[in-house]
Design a protein around this ligand. Structure first.
Ligand SMILES: [Zn+2]
Length: 87
């Protein structure tokens, strides 16, 4: 059988949890890249357009992914945050 020492979660639910964790790590990274880039834009320096080109398809794709990631993080934040999830 599989590892029995990892708590009461069933394998199927553990898989979902693993996917959620990976998705969270990807979306948090993207949101932070967006935020950092926004900070850089204030200093007259856009790393995303510098690397991928002004108005290029890749730049737009990155912006869209960052936006979608932010929406996802907003949606799951309350349920997953230790500070504002519980009362
Ligand atoms: Zn919170």
């Amino acid at each position: 059988m599989s590892k029995a020492t990892e708590g009461p979660l069933k394998p199927q639910r553990k898989g979902v949890k693993e996917i959620m964790k990976n998705l969270h790590m990807v979306t948090v990274t993207l949101v932070l890249v967006g935020a950092l880039n926004w900070g850089l834009v204030a200093l007259g320096f856009n790393l995303v357009t510098l690397l991928l080109g002004e108005g290029s398809m890749l730049t737009n794709l990155v912006y869209i992914l960052i936006g979608v990631s932010a929406v996802y993080e907003i949606a799951i934040h309350k349920g997953s945050c230790k500070l504002c999830g519980k009362k």
